[in-house]
Design a protein around this ligand. Structure first.
Ligand SMILES: Cc1cc2nc3c(=O)[nH]c(=O)nc-3n(C[C@H](O)[C@H](O)[C@H](O)COP(=O)(O)OP(=O)(O)OC[C@H]3O[C@@H](n4cnc5c(N)ncnc54)[C@H](O)[C@@H]3O)c2cc1C
Length: 333
């Protein structure tokens, strides 16, 4: 094997496929017992598809990413909608639109939808957080109800994300080893390593830890046909949970007419969740980014860090794929 890819999430799978198609042999090692990284999904005992690490909605304006993925999956159209449940039980559209502002009063929007959510999601007050994070969820003046109103391509892979990533990795030049954690001593065996492990972990945290937020998931199946008005419902209260997702509301996620499966999310520090790293923390002063840069400057010559934990950046799937394609194509020139 000429190249090593660490991690079989989207970033690693895309890089492995491009290298394989260019005629190179690639070994992919994955610590978990499945491919697809945090986009991993499975069908549960009730015939309902569940995303093990929280709801993954594919949305992009990047046609080349959509076209690239379309070689490996059929799509079903799906436009995500989210409601917030107010403390009195009423449901209001998110992101906040005109109807939502009319319901709660424009002057209350920050206190109802942003302040408590930020505190539980990030463990920080609103003004401690980098404004970029809040600005990702714009407030609207119209009655549009879509969660991603501006994205041209919004769809779900017909057979799920796991099957999609399995198809990407299905090439005679690619060998996948599950339940195999990367070992630095292997570097000499390969011409180059593409590494999606946490960059601070690679360097044994010698400059300090890069913080992440994590989420504890609780999945329950209820003996009722449907529970929620939209796929995801956010909570505005200051209790520990942020949101709940009803999987059957997404097309091709099962059609059990007797029961429905829901997943609740409770954010926490990654240290309190078995070191499961989900969201890099973007602090207002950029201290975490500085620490990341320190590590990046020490990247070995025959290694590129890739993906969410290698780049220490929150990347949606389309961004992770776009970044992986750019990295591998530059490498192959
Ligand atoms: C809760 C949540 C919800 C999300 N929702 C959306 C969404 O709706 N839409 C969207 O576009 N994106 C969403 N994302 C982002 C999406 O998960 C990422 O874009 C995508 O997973 C990035 O893929 P990756 O390969 O960079 O990282 P990952 O998916 O994290 O894959 C990295 C892989 O590397 C493996 N690994 C790490 N260290 C080692 C090691 N030492 N040895 C071997 N293997 C190792 C890990 O086990 C993992 O499988 C969400 C993310 C989270 C956490």
């Amino acid at each position: 094997m000429k190249y090593l890819v660490v991690g079989a999430g989207f970033s690693g799978a895309v890089i492995a496929r491009e290298l394989a198609e260019a005629g190179h042999t690639v070994r992919v090692v994955e610590a978990r017992n499945h491919v697809a990284g945090n986009a991993y999904d499975y069908v549960n005992e009730h015939g309902i598809r569940v995303h093990q690490y929280g709801p993954h909605l594919f949305h992009t304006n990047n046609k080349s990413v959509y076209d690239w993925l379309s070689k490996f999956t059929e799509w079903v159209p799906y436009q995500h909608k989210v409601k917030a449940q107010l403390e009195d039980g009423r449901f209001a559209t998110l992101p906040v639109n005109r109807e939502t502002k009319d319901m709660v009063g424009e002057e209350n929007v920050l206190d109802i939808f942003f302040r408590p959510y930020t505190k539980k999601m990030w463990g920080m007050e609103l003004d401690e957080l980098n404004p970029d994070i809040i600005n990702r969820v714009p407030i609207r003046d119209d009655d549009n109800e879509l969660y991603f109103p501006n994205d041209e391509y919004q769809a779900m892979p017909k057979d799920g994300y796991t099957a999609l990533v399995e198809n990407i990795l299905d090439h005679k030049n690619i060998q996948v080893m599950l339940e195999t954690s990367y070992d630095k001593d292997w570097n000499w065996m390969y011409d180059h390593v593409f590494n999606s492990m946490p960059i601070d972990q690679y360097f044994d945290f010698k400059h300090g830890n890069l913080p992440y937020r994590s989420i504890r998931f609780t999945t329950v199946t209820l003996p009722i046909p449907r529970a929620l008005p939209t796929t995801t419902v956010n909570f505005t209260h200051d209790g520990p949970q942020t949101r709940v997702t009803e999987w059957k509301n997404i097309p091709c996620h099962g059609d059990n007419k007797y029961s429905t499966t829901l997943t609740f999310e409770e954010p926490c520090d990654y240290v309190d969740n078995n070191f499961e790293r989900y969201y890099p923390v973007k602090d207002r002063d950029g201290k975490n980014r500085e620490l990341y840069e320190k590590y990046k400057n020490e990247q070995p010559e025959n290694m590129k860090f890739i993906g969410r934990c290698g780049l220490y950046a929150y990347l949606d799937m389309d961004m992770a794929i776009n970044s992986a394609l750019a990295t591998v194509r530059k490498f192959l020139v």
